[in-house]
Unconditional design. Structure first.
Length: 387
């Protein structure tokens, strides 16, 4: 029998060795066998302190007991069925209580398809095609350029500059009656300015276009109500994902009822969007996040990490060009791609998984001692490389 091969090591691009550790010949090929708290163990049993946190999909820590209990109970109840599950409506109501703009919600499995659904709804609502985006919104055709993407699709999408009020305003105005929506990640290398968010909101509304917040990374992290609660901006639609179910596959799009009801005039559907397990995990995740004040913990612990990264950038200017991000999600910016790989590989050999580009994530499971250990390991590697 022919053995199946996974080409390129893994199906998830950002988990491939070259993505995590660069192109060096000494890069490790690691496969995780177990995860718990802020740590993972590879197939040889070696332990690592982790700040990749499943690419930001885990905010409470791996194998959070309350989430796992809820998931196991949902599995025991059958995991999936032929009708809308009870948990779907319960979770939608809980999300609406956290984020008031979520007057109606639809669930999907991945962030990429949830943002695509938001764009589909915006195009249906406005009868327009053009989209302006800011940040990373997935790999689907509507926001991608390059091989395999029809030129006609690429022509309908353009990049809006983050926190650039003047240029963003110009681009929205220039799009005129062709613009269906503006889709933004509220955090890119830093927090959004109130002026920029306000200008985007005002210009989109004046234009007749919708404003979509892609909160795949920021939901639950920067505030229980997300970036819209923390920084404003009044989005018409919000997309949630990643940490929403603490590692179980779930994403959501929600917003103004009149826009969400356009689902009747288009087609957005997924066979397993309504399985019980991820809904149960998400409800437990929200409860833990509320009970333990997740955003406050991440801000406190993450601030310790970000301060340390800023110190390292100042101490090793020939290797590091700066520290970027916000406490909840941050990283070091390197003088070269080759250097970022060398540091990531050096850290991994010492039992630290620290992403070489955006972003590293703190979780509820990370302690102040963990931050000290990570910063100490980074400093040790940087000193070795600076000799």
């Amino acid at each position: 029998m022919k053995r199946a091969i996974v080409a390129g090591i893994t199906s998830t691009g950002s988990k491939r060795p070259d993505a995590l550790f660069g192109e060096g010949d000494d890069g490790p090929v690691l496969r995780v066998a177990r995860s718990a708290g802020a740590r993972i163990w590879d197939e040889q049993g070696k332990e690592y302190l982790d700040f990749v946190m499943a690419l930001g999909a885990v905010a409470l820590g791996y194998a959070e007991p309350a989430v796992n209990r809820a998931a196991r109970e949902a599995v025991d109840r059958g995991a999936v069925g032929p009708l809308p599950p009870v948990e779907e409506a319960l979770l939608a109501a809980e999300l609406g209580a956290l984020i008031p703009v979520l007057e109606e919600v639809r669930f999907l499995k991945t962030g990429a398809e949830a943002v695509a659904a938001a764009v589909r709804l915006a195009r249906t609502h406005t009868s327009r095609d053009q989209v302006l985006g800011c940040g990373y919104h997935g790999w689907l055709d509507w926001c991608s350029k390059g091989a395999g993407v029809p030129a006609e699709s690429s022509a309908l999408y353009a990049e809006l500059p983050f926190n650039d009020l003047e240029r963003s305003t110009e681009m929205i105005r220039a799009s005129g009656s062709r613009l269906a929506c503006v889709v933004i990640e509220p955090v890119i290398d830093g927090a959004p300015s109130a002026e920029w968010l306000g200008a985007i909101r005002e210009e989109s509304r004046r234009n007749g276009a919708l404003l979509v917040f892609d909160e795949i990374k920021t939901a639950l992290r920067v505030g229980l109500g997300g970036a819209a609660e923390r920084w404003g901006g009044e989005p018409d639609l919000v997309v949630l994902g990643k940490a929403l179910a603490n590692g179980f596959p779930l994403a959501a799009v929600g917003g103004r009822a009149d826009v969400m009801r356009q689902v009747r005039n288009t087609w957005i559907s997924s066979t397993l969007a309504t399985e019980f397990v991820s809904f149960a995990a998400a409800r437990a995740t929200i409860q833990v996040a509320r009970d333990r004040d997740l955003p406050a913990h991440l801000e406190h612990t993450g601030a310790q990490l970000l301060r340390g990264l800023e110190r390292l950038a100042a101490d090793f200017p020939t290797l590091v060009s700066g520290a970027r991000g916000i406490p909840h999600m941050c990283y070091l910016q390197w003088v070269s791609d080759e250097m970022s790989g060398r540091v990531a590989r050096g850290c991994a050999r010492r039992g630290l998984l620290f992403k070489r580009n955006a972003y590293n994530f703190v979780s509820l499971a990370h302690t102040e001692r963990d931050i000290d250990v990570a910063l100490g390991t980074l400093e040790e590697v940087l000193r070795e490389l600076s000799c």
